[in-house]
Design a protein. Structure first.
Length: 335
């Protein structure tokens, strides 16, 4: 399973269009200021959640996720969205998007048919926290964009189900034109089962045949690149045993030159420093879950010169000092 999400560069222009300053979002989320300058914007689940929480916080608009997920210009659609629109009906489009998610990121689109209802949900497989409201709204609005654009009809769900209550429910009621039910077992859109057979006026079998090879190639490339970054991260973590591994160490372990390693990381939208930080971050969360280790011992194992350097890095990652984080995250988290 791939552990990263590829964030569309179009999100940056969409935020600008909606008057949400990207710099403030990246600062609030504690992500790199040049994140959207990378050739491929790849983030972990935690980083994705941080990004969407920041979007909701900075915008102060309870409907921001709905607005971002609504698209009328086909040229802004991701290739998987265009392929979905080229499908014969709504059900085939959802199946197409579900397959894309399954192969390219740690997220899945779930479907459940029961009686006359069709429930569609989104599940983040590596999530350790509650999904941000803006992200849920964005996914739901995108699904509505696909079905309304594809069918040429103003189709609405029977209801929208949410796990968490909302302070303001009216924007969602107006957008989806259906009841909003909170305290549900999952976040889901519930349609009539018959809507799965709703034909798409955008159906284009010839275009779909042309897109599929490109689509499959993109998925293979994504899988290869994510597998490579996973391999680099694993190699770094194996060497995080009391010293800071340099790129020459990891390149030697992977039987390549440091120049080749750097070039391949850049092609994946990453860098050695980013991979080192990510590896340290993951291991820090693991070590802090073990109450036997003192903070200075954790700092040593992660290759920091002293506990203060580790504490500064950890605060940049999590927003709080390592000692405070440990109080709310005991050893049971990792058992």
């Amino acid at each position: 399973m791939n552990k990263h999400f590829r964030v569309s560069a179009h999100l940056a222009s969409k935020l600008q269009e909606l008057g949400v300053p990207l710099s403030a979002v990246l600062h609030s989320s504690r992500l790199a200021a040049n994140l959207f300058e990378q050739p491929r914007v790849l983030v972990t689940t935690d980083e994705l959640f941080a990004l969407w929480r920041a979007i909701g916080t900075v915008s102060k608009d309870t409907a921001i996720g709905l607005k971002i997920g609504t698209e009328t210009r086909t040229e802004h659609f991701h290739p998987s969205g265009i392929a979905a629109l080229s499908s014969e009906n709504f059900g085939a489009a959802v199946n197409h998007m579900a397959r894309y998610k399954q192969l390219t990121c740690p997220e899945e689109i779930t479907q459940d048919f029961e009686d006359d209802e069709w429930k569609i949900g989104f599940r983040w497989l590596l999530a350790g926290d509650v999904e941000p409201q803006a992200l849920i709204d964005n996914c739901f609005a995108w699904m509505q964009t696909i079905v309304r654009h594809g069918s040429g009809r103003k189709i609405s769900p029977l209801r929208v189900e949410l796990i968490q209550p909302r302070v303001e429910i009216k924007p969602m009621e107006r957008y989806f034109e259906c009841p909003i039910v909170t305290k549900a077992s999952q976040n889901a859109l519930v349609y009539r089962a018959a809507e799965a057979q709703c034909p798409f006026v955008t159906r284009n079998a010839e275009l779909l045949d042309m897109l599929n090879p490109q689509f499959d190639q993109e998925m293979k490339q994504s899988i290869t690149q994510n597998s490579f970054t996973d391999m680099v991260r694993d190699a770094i973590q194996q060497r995080l045993t009391g010293h800071r591994p340099v790129i020459e160490d990891i390149a030697r372990d992977l039987h390549m030159s440091s120049r080749t390693l750097q070039r391949r990381l850049q092609g994946s939208g990453s860098s050695y420093q980013h991979m080192l930080d990510e590896a340290r971050h993951q291991m820090a969360r693991y070590y802090l879950g073990n109450s036997v280790l003192e903070l200075n011992e954790t700092a040593y194992l992660l290759g920091y010169e002293d506990a203060n350097s580790f504490a500064r890095a950890f605060r940049n990652w999590e927003g709080i000092p390592p000692g405070q984080w440990r109080k709310g995250n005991g050893p049971s988290v990792f058992q």
